[in-house]
Design a protein around this ligand. Structure first.
Ligand code: S3P
Length: 177
């Protein structure tokens, strides 16, 4: 079964959609290595994403993100959780589709809000936002980003998502359209 799987599986979607959790479980299930793109950046630079944004600005973070993504394209048998912004800059989405298979984990703004409410502090784009501001921000940003996310080869509903669900979608070659 494993021989039919792509060498690289990219999980994409908005912050809080569950890319890291689902990715880790999927990697275990198919015996692939799990890579968290943000984590690779943090290791490379020796500072947190929040500090990177603060010290070097978002533009430099996006350049780094692109560089690290290119390194991942050299790896084999990996499940990669990408940061929520990664698909939306440069030609990252096209590159991911060229080097592997991409799966968009889809959630509504309200569902994202309930997951992000208590996980804002380490995310520079969400920090210091009130509940109302947060929902508005998620709704608007998702609207802007979804055209990029929808370039994914497959997409899947994020509520109650399991690693087996993702595997099934990859093996069947179809998800929600
Ligand atoms: C970002 C998402 C974050 C991280 C950075 C920017 C974004 O990753 O890359 O804070 O632009 O959506 P997660 O999606 O893993 O939170």
């Amino acid at each position: 079964m494993k021989t039919q799987l792509p060498e690289r599986i990219f999980l994409i979607g908005f912050m809080g959609c569950g890319k890291t959790t689902a990715g880790r479980l999927l990697a275990q299930l198919i015996n692939y290595q799990f890579i968290d793109l943000d984590e690779l950046i943090v290791q490379k630079k020796g500072m947190s994403v929040a500090t990177l944004f603060e010290n070097e600005g978002e533009e430099n973070f996006r350049l780094l993100e692109k560089q690290v993504l290119a390194e991942v394209f050299e790896m084999r048998q990996v499940v990669v959780a990408t940061g929520g912004g990664a698909p939306c800059f440069f030609d990252n989405m096209e590159q991911m589709n060229k080097h592997g298979i991409s799966v968009y984990i889809k959630l509504t703004p309200k569902a994202l809000l309930s997951r992000l409410r208590n996980a804002k502090e380490q995310r520079p784009l969400l920090k210091n936002k009130s509940e109302t501001e947060l929902l508005e921000f998620i709704t608007q940003m998702l609207q802007k980003r979804e055209p990029f996310y929808l370039k994914a080869m497959l997409n899947i509903e994020g509520i109650g998502l399991t690693a087996s669900d993702i595997l099934r979608v990859i093996e069947n070659g179809s998800g929600l359209a």
